[in-house]
Design a protein around this ligand. Structure first.
Ligand code: ADP
Ligand code: MG
Length: 758
């Protein structure tokens, strides 16, 4: 009965105009459930509106006034399109600028009354609002800046002093949503809604019931109510994700897998049995393994022997040696025979996100396996290769795709390395026992599944990532995977000397770089990230800035060096060519965007310059600097801050208004962590604490709401949700048993089936 009400279409309950129906569709509100779960973005209180004369930089405020001089244009220096205007109230005026949103000038009537919401900034003593939200209003509330007299909001919809503000679409206003929800709340069906979260669990964490939480989140009487309600919904979402994770684990553990046994150990830890050990393989490496590499290999080997497929995530900073772990464990697979067979070997599939990386892995695997009678194949969009070549047993040869497919299908090629091309249907394996995915966040769940579902019997899966993410986020997103950490760098590795460069020192730093270049090193220059919602436009803008920076460096700074560029607008083949030339040292300085080619290995490149450092998350900066730790040379990372940060920091101590120096201090402090933090994990935790998870890791990408993303900061909540989910799935390990024991939970999970938890 509950679920019938919840799944009822909104249009059957409300009389909607066509434009409203359209707007609801845009907002993805179809059913009563969607409507109830369409939470306010924030609450406006009369107290947060201010008179313009009272604005102080740093304020998050609502301002009412008349907008004048509305026009479009280009930003001062660059080619950024913008709209601007000035808003007047009876006390003063404030300049308003929208970068990248020139259309605002067309949406809003010049000289009309508007409500602005956003942050107040200041430059050279002049107050402005950048990219505020704007909406036309019919009147200005009379109580601005005077909280004592807080009363009903302008539209009469406010309860107490908290007015819910929703994401709106033309035809559906916050006011409409408010009234629609009130109507639902007063219906009999609403009070009949049963909470899918078992009462026992709610009581344990003092979470209000579903109906109470819905009322509190949409129309709180006081702030505490909305906070508790948000907490409940965050818990609910994380709890459901954890249930899904645990369910996935339970399902997995019932699957059969290839048993790969590497050695037998007796009670005393003594190796018995005659099987080759992985140690024989790793002892040939030109370096001793780090302890965490050893540990990770052991983790994988233990999983291999369990009889059900491994699902493991290997997280390790760039340069921590994930490939060696991949190779050693691949060795265990390809030295094992398929069950009941005394010929042939199990096979390994190794997928990389780019052609350059796939080729690099192919080369390293040849080095690792060249002493063995093992064939290695490479498949990319541009063709196939096989090692060893018949004519030249020390090297590889190009082979046709059909030949390649034949040899993979009959099991002759034991290790298959490739890009996305690997997951095509036409690539069929004989005994695919082990799948390794490099930089796993660059692949979608669907792509990963296609690789693990290539045959009836599921292979073991090792996902590798260099993106250090906070522990709580990992527990949520990858809760269905077991975790191995490479939190140790190989010994003897030189630490990247990192400097946050104040603008005045730019030239000195260029001189330092020149010294390194003269000594024969190479450098990367990374151009700033560009905030632009349209990805295609973003790439175009980024490509432009890369070209411009390369030109500037060539003509003004390093005329004597060979400079070239790389960006994501280039074709893969072009990028490959540039990268090849860079690795052959035909290029001294490579100017690039931040998005291209993670993990590429050019040992002679020991310098990285990052422009616009304040635009990156710390973990992102850390990953970028990871590109220069591959060689034996002392690596350097110079993080430049951009002009706007310059202006701000230049003002410190010159009697500027209080808020401005605070902002620049924060930027500098934030970046300083790059110098002090021990590893990427520490930086990711800092990122999360300072900037929130959603902004950094993009909640949309994972199908997690902003609300839950925010709550992921709270390790206690994540662990509680995980513990409860584990307990339930332990008792109800199959989909059927869960449906019988917790019908509402199971329904809720089914409803979320389409979302990719990745
Ligand atoms: P990533 O984790 O970024 O994939 P790689 O596997 O590419 O790192 O390893 C980076 C470099 O470190 C490679 O040149 C590799 O040979 C080397 N390496 C790996 N493990 C060790 C170790 N234990 N000691 C010294 N060098 C190592
Ligand atoms: Mg790697």
């Amino acid at each position: 009965m509950t679920s019938i009400f919840l799944s009822q279409p909104v249009k059957s309950l409300f009389r909607l105009q066509e434009s409203q129906a359209k707007a609801l569709a845009t907002l993805r509100i179809k059913t009563v459930r969607d409507l109830l779960y369409y939470f306010p973005k924030r609450y406006d209180s009369i107290t947060s509106s201010k008179l313009i004369v009272d604005l102080v930089a740093g304020d998050q405020v609502t301002v009412y006034g008349r907008i004048k001089n509305l026009k479009t244009g280009k930003s001062f220096r660059g080619k950024m399109p913008k709209a601007e205007g000035t808003v007047f109230d009876e006390t003063s005026s404030v300049k308003v600028i929208w970068f990248h949103q020139p259309y605002i000038a067309k949406l809003i009537q010049n000289d009309s009354l508007v409500k602005l919401h956003g942050k107040v900034s200041e430059r050279n003593g002049v107050i402005s609002m950048l990219n505020p939200e704007i909406e036309p209003v019919s009147s200005v509330p009379g109580t601005i800046g005077n909280s004592l007299f807080a009363e009903q909001g302008e539209d009469g919809a406010s309860v107490g002093a908290m007015i819910p503000v929703y994401g709106e679409s033309k035809g559906i206003t916050s006011r409409w949503l408010y009234h629609a929800l009130q109507k639902l709340f007063s219906s009999e069906d609403f009070s009949g809604i049963v909470d899918p979260i078992p009462e026992e669990i709610r009581e344990r964490y003092s979470l209000p019931s579903l109906t109470t939480s819905l009322i509190w989140i949409h129309s709180p009487k006081k702030e505490a109510d909305s906070v508790v309600a948000r907490k409940r919904f965050a818990f609910e979402e994380i709890f459901f994700i954890q249930l899904k994770n645990e369910q996935q684990r339970a399902i997995h553990s019932r699957e059969k897998a290839f048993i790969i046994e590497t050695k037998s150990v007796d009670e005393n830890g003594k190796v018995t049995g005659s099987k080759k050990t992985v140690e024989e393989f790793t002892s040939r490496f030109p370096f001793p393994l780090t302890e965490s590499q050893h540990k990770s290999i052991e983790d994988v080997l233990a999983d291999f022997a369990k009889g059900y497929p491994m699902s493991r995530l290997l997280e390790g900073d760039v340069g921590s040696g994930k490939t060696a772990v991949a190779a050693s464990t691949a060795y265990a697979a390809v030295t094992s025979r398929p069950k009941g067979q005394n010929f042939g070997t199990l096979q390994v599939g190794y997928m990389a996100p780019t052609e350059i990386l796939a080729k690099q892995h192919f080369e390293s695997f040849i080095q690792y396996f060249r002493h063995m009678p093992i064939s290695i194949g490479l498949i990319t969009g541009n063709g196939c290769r096989k090692f060893p070549s018949k004519l030249n047993p020390g090297g590889w040869t190009d082979i046709s795709r059909s030949q390649f497919q034949k040899w993979v299908a009959n099991g002759e090629i034991a290790i298959v390395i490739g890009t996305h091309a690997l997951i095509q249907k036409s690539v069929a394996f004989k005994h695919l026992a082990y799948v390794i995915i490099d930089e796993q966040h660059r692949f979608g769940t669907a792509q990963r599944q296609r690789l693990t579902k290539k045959q009836a019997q599921m292979p073991h899966l090792l996902s590798m990532t260099a993106t250090p993410i906070p522990r709580t986020l990992a527990l949520t997103l990858y809760g269905d995977l077991d975790l191995s950490l490479l939190d140790q760098m190989p010994s003897g590795r030189k630490k990247v000397i990192t400097e946050i460069v104040v603008p005045a020192h730019r030239d000195n730093v260029y001189e330092k770089i020149r010294t390194e270049l003269q000594a024969g090193r190479q450098a990367y220059v990374i151009c700033p990230r560009i905030a632009e919602p349209d990805p295609d436009k973003e790439q175009t803008l980024a490509a432009k800035s890369v070209k411009a920076e390369a030109k500037r460096l060539q003509s003004d700074v390093f005329p004597e060096y060979r400079i070239d560029i790389m960006h994501s607008k280039m074709k893969p083949a072009e990028k490959d060519k540039v990268m090849d030339r860079f690795s052959r040292h035909e290029i001294d300085i490579l100017v690039s965007t931040s998005v291209v080619e993670v993990g590429v290995n050019v040992p002679n490149a020991s310098i990285i310059v990052i422009e616009g450092g304040e635009r990156f998350g710390l973990s992102q900066l850390h990953q970028l600097r990871g590109r220069v730790i591959r060689g034996n040379h002392q690596p350097y990372c110079y993080v430049f801050t951009s002009e706007s940060a310059q202006a701000k920091s230049g003002k410190v101590g010159q009697g500027a208004r209080a808020a401005a120096p605070k902002q620049s201090d924060k930027t500098a402090d934030r970046l300083k962590a790059l110098v002090t933090a021990k590893n990427g994990f520490e930086l990711s935790e800092l990122d999360m604490a300072q900037r929130g998870v959603g902004e950094l890791y993009g909640s949309k990408q994972w199908g997690i709401s902003d609300l839950a993303m925010e709550a992921i900061k709270n390790i206690k909540m994540v662990e509680a949700a995980r513990k409860e989910a584990k307990a339930i799935i332990e008792e109800h390990p199959t989909v059927e048993k869960l449906a019988a024991g917790f019908p509402l939970l199971s329904q809720a999970l089914e409803a979320k089936k389409d979302i990719h938890f990745e």
